[in-house]
Design a protein around this ligand. Sequence first.
Ligand SMILES: [Zn+2]
Length: 289
Amino acid sequence: MTEHHAHPTEICAICGKSKPARQMLPASVVRPAISDMIHDAVPAWGPDGRICVSCLNRYRTDFVRRELEKERGGMGTLLAGVPGVPAGKIVILGAGVVGANAARIAVGSGARVFALDRSVDALRRIESEFGARVVTVHSSRDTIEQHLLSADLVIGAVLVPGAAAPRLVSRALLARMKPGAALVDVAIDQGGCFETSRPTTHADPTYVVDGVVHYCVANMPGAVPRTSTYALGNATLPFVLALADAGWHQALAADPQLRNGLNLARGKVTHPAVAQALGLEYTPPESLL
Ligand SMILES: [Zn+2]
């Protein structure tokens, strides 16, 4: 290979090769987890060090491989399948807003998608949006069991506003699922809809019970903080302004939507689902305003 001496070169401290200076990067652009790996391999390399692009890419690849290896227990199914190998099966429990969003992603993955709900209206909305790409199923103990036993991925999207999520999947049923299958419990903030669900964090999102991987991160929207903060802000700011302008008493008296969100007032439980979940007496919010 010809050297172009007109261009400045630099010796990479990692591979020891002479590299064009424009292919050398300072340690400050390397993410900490990767610079730790480089430092482990080459102790002399520190915060002032530089590294060539091809060395950095090698460490980046190693880093990704290590991260993937951390996710132990999965069955290694490509949901979309490949020619001659069937696609995976995704089962969505609950066909409301969360379930419909899950269906949108699931359809995009190329998997076979099934949505279960007790509400015929909810199933009809899924059918009109997705047609034959999502199979709608009336939810019952029998149909949940039938579809879970052949599922590769189950998304628990059953949310009852204010109330504890119904426990749809028992430990006994879990034990009969395909080993390596995965559960995502979107209802975890309401207690979860699988008996074996317990809240996890983005830092340590999964655990395995009976060979089934559980993903139960509380506050899942926190994975995309910018989008979720804007979305939450857009949805809630009008209510905040109403409360600030009129005071809570008058604002709630004027707006039934805001009133529906009232959980507790003057020592009483003012939300029917919360009262039921906690076994306490329900007091209509109107009577306290
Ligand atoms: Zn190098």
